[in-house]
Design a binder for this molecule. Structure first.
Ligand code: LRH
Ligand code: MN
Ligand code: MN
Length: 389
C-alpha cells in the first residue's frame, strides 16, 4: 500500500468541513418528524453539539447558520459564544422558502414589493455576516414553476440577475456570494437555478467574488458530478460543496453512505483541480438531515467519510496515472485509480489522529463520552430543524 506522504499529510492537516446547524435539529419527511432525545432547543445548544464533532475529529471548525432558523438578537455575541466552544460561525444561508409571500417566487417575483422583500432579506443576511465575520452568503433559490406557461422563463432570469446584482453590491471585499443550483423541488416544471450552467452564468456576471455551490444531492440520477467539479475548477468558479448522499432525489443522507466511490471520484477531481491547495476558493460543507439516526454521531461519521475518501484520493499515483493516460493504456490508468480507491486507509487515519491528540476512533470516543446521555437528560422538548417548522 502507498503511504500517505508529506504533501498528502499536509492536505489532511488543513482539511476543514463545515457543519450545518440544521443537522442537529429534528428532521424528517413530509410524513413524520421523529424526535430524538437530547435534540437542541436553541442555536447555542446546536453549536455545543457541533463543537463535540470538532473536538473528537479535528475536522469541523465552523458551523453554518440558516436565517431565520437561527435567529438571535446579537450575532456578535453568538460568534463569541461559538468561539468559547472551540468553533467559529461560517456560511450564512438565506431562506426564501417558508414564507407565503414567496409562493410564486422571491428574487424572481414579478411583484416588486415581494422581490424587494426577498432582496432585503439577503441584505439582512449580509448584516449577520458583518457581525459574525462570516465570509460566505449562500443562496439556494427555491423559485420555479409547476406548469408550462405559468411564468416567463426568460423574464424570471432577468429579474434574478437584477436581484443578485443588488445583493452582490452589498458585500464587502472579503465576502463572497455562492449560488446553489437544484434540478427540481420545490417546483417540478422549472427551477430558476436548475443546473451548474445557470449558476455559472449568473455568478460570472456578478464578479470575481461570486461562485457556484454544488450540492451533491441536486442532480438527475446518473449525472457525472465529478465532471462538473472538474469543469468548475477549471473555470475558477467552484466555491463550495454541500455534501450529502442520495439514493433517489435530494435525500440528504450521510455523505459517502450511498456511493463512497462517487465521493472518492469527486474528491480526486478536487485534488486534481487544485481545490485542496492553499488559496483555493473551494470550501467544504455538509448539508444533511439525520431523520432516524443520532445527529452528533451522524455528523461525526460524515466528516470521517469525507476525510477517508480524501485520503484515498491522495493515494492515487498521479505521475503513473498521467503516464498511463498519455500512453493510451486504458486498463492501467483505470487500475491505478481503483488501487487507491480499494485501499483501506482507516488504520492509517486512526494513527494520524492519535499523533494529533485526537481519539483513534471518534465514534467510539463519542459513545463513551456520556455526552449523548447528558443531553438526553438535560434537554426536554428539542426543536425541529427548520424543515419541520
Ligand atoms: C435545498 C438545500 C439548500 C437549503 C438546504 C436546507 O434543498 O440543499 O442548501 O439551504 O437544503
Ligand atoms: Mn444544499
Ligand atoms: Mn438540498
Amino acid at each position: 500500500m502507498r503511504e500517505l506522504d508529506a504533501p498528502a499529510r499536509d492536505v489532511l492537516a488543513a482539511q476543514a468541513i463545515e457543519l450545518p446547524s440544521w443537522a442537529f435539529g429534528n428532521a424528517g419527511t413530509r410524513f413524520k418528524v421523529f424526535s430524538t432525545p437530547g435534540t437542541p432547543r436553541t442555536i447555542q445548544e446546536k453549536l455545543s453539539d457541533a463543537a463535540q464533532v470538532h473536538r473528537l475529529t479535528g475536522l469541523a471548525p465552523t458551523v453554518a447558520l440558516h436565517i431565520p432558523w437561527d435567529l438571535v438578537s446579537d450575532y456578535g455575541e453568538l460568534a463569541r459564544y461559538a468561539q468559547d466552544l472551540g468553533v467559529r460561525l461560517g456560511t450564512i444561508n438565506s431562506n426564501t422558502f417558508q414564507d407565503d409571500d414567496y409562493k410564486l417566487g422571491s428574487l424572481t417575483h414579478t411583484d416588486e414589493r415581494i422581490r424587494r422583500k426577498a432582496i432585503d432579506h439577503h441584505l439582512a443576511c449580509v448584516d449577520v455576516m458583518d457581525a459574525t465575520g462570516s465570509q460566505d452568503l449562500k443562496i439556494w433559490l427555491p423559485d420555479g414553476t409547476n406548469y408550462p406557461g405559468q411564468g416567463d422563463i426568460r423574464g424570471r432570469q432577468d429579474r434574478l440577475a437584477d436581484s443578485l446584482a443588488q445583493i452582490y453590491a452589498r458585500l464587502s471585499d472579503q465576502q463572497r456570494l455562492v449560488l446553489e443550483y437544484k434540478i427540481f423541488e420545490p417546483y417540478f416544471y422549472t427551477m430558476d437555478v436548475p443546473d451548474w450552467g445557470t449558476s455559472y452564468a449568473h455568478v460570472t456576471a456578478l464578479g470575481e467574488r461570486a461562485f457556484v455551490c454544488l450540492d451533491t444531492g441536486h442532480h438527475a440520477p446518473s449525472t457525472n458530478i465529478e465532471f462538473i467539479v472538474a469543469q468548475l475548477l477549471r473555470l475558477g468558479r467552484l466555491g463550495s460543496f454541500d455534501f450529502n448522499s442520495r439514493f433517489y432525489a435530494d435525500d440528504d443522507l450521510i455523505v459517502g453512505a450511498a456511493d463512497p466511490f462517487q465521493l472518492f471520484r469527486i474528491l480526486f477531481e478536487v485534488l486534481r483541480g487544485g481545490g485542496f491547495e492553499a488559496g483555493s476558493p473551494v470550501r467544504f460543507m455538509l448539508d444533511q438531515c439525520h431523520n432516524i439516526e443520532d445527529k452528533i454521531p451522524g455528523q461525526i461519521r460524515s466528516v470521517l467519510n469525507v476525510q477517508e475518501m480524501t485520503a484515498r484520493a491522495l493515494l492515487v499515483d498521479q505521475e503513473a496515472l498521467r503516464a498511463a493516460q498519455d500512453a493510451g493504456d486504458v486498463l492501467s490508468a483505470n487500475g491505478l485509480l481503483m488501487d487507491a480507491f480499494y485501499t483501506d486507509v482507516r488504520p492509517a487515519l486512526a494513527g494520524w489522529r492519535e499523533e494529533r491528540g485526537l481519539p483513534a476512533d471518534p465514534m467510539a470516543a463519542y459513545a463513551a463520552s456520556g455526552y449523548q446521555r447528558r443531553i438526553a437528560d438535560e434537554r426536554v422538548g428539542g426543536t425541529q430543524s427548520g424543515w419541520g417548522a
